[in-house]
Design a protein around this ligand. Sequence first.
Ligand code: AMP
Length: 277
Amino acid sequence: MQVVRTIAEMRTLRQQLDGAIGFVPTMGYLHRGHLALVERARSEDQFVIVSIYVNPLQFAAGEDLTAYPRDPNRDRELLRQENADIVFIPSDSEMYPTGFSTWVDVEHITERLEGASRPGHFRGVATVVAKLFNIVRPCRAYFGQKDAQQVLIIKRMVADLNMGIEIAVVPTVRESDGLALSSRNLYLSPEERRAAAVLFRALTLARELRADGKRDADTIRNQMKALIDKEPLARVDYVSVADARTLDELRTIDRTTLASLAVWIGKTRLIDNMSLE
Ligand code: AMP
């Protein structure tokens, strides 16, 4: 496995690869969720490139950019075990040299949910992913269903800008109590870790209500909120029952629906989602 730190070297290596290239962008501090993406790429593509870059553009002032967990040596070892071919680890000055001033702004779908709670977040995400796509020029890129809104935005960007990259979506990897794996779970104290299972319980409740024939979205949202409110360490940021393609909030469930939520557990903000099919 080659470790590459500059864009120039990444481009040179890329030119030498003849075959399907799968790309997995990450912010590092890898867990089994990330590795599921790498394994899927390994099974589908001839070459697997993984990037590790904590992108400052997608963190607002006051968010956890400096505290974001990092362990590049462990990440490299895990990727070696997964037989990744190249790991690309650029620096901030490599990605954003002085004078950088071009952004990718996907409209509408970025305004809801995570976009409403974290203004500017998706502009940072779309910009860095577009840059990474231009540097790596993959055939396919792999993203987790854990960040469902991000998947919709990247698909929109790829279609709108004719990038010609296939976007593959990998199901969310969970702990045994249902908590979605996330680098941010590290922030949780043991008590908070126990409380964090409430996200999955709320999503499961939504799915059960839907399976019981409930179609009124407000009823489902309210019951999810009530369940989370019973957990003293949890505070709801948003609960959504929305059209799975547009993320427009629904009144009546009459189409493919995604339940999603963001919940503060102490000082840690966690997100998760589940299809209600
Ligand atoms: P991140 O390092 O948080 O930016 O995540 C990098 C990629 O891994 C994104 O496409 C995420 O959606 C995906 N990912 C993160 N957590 C999980 C998980 N628990 N299961 C599946 N994919 C995940």
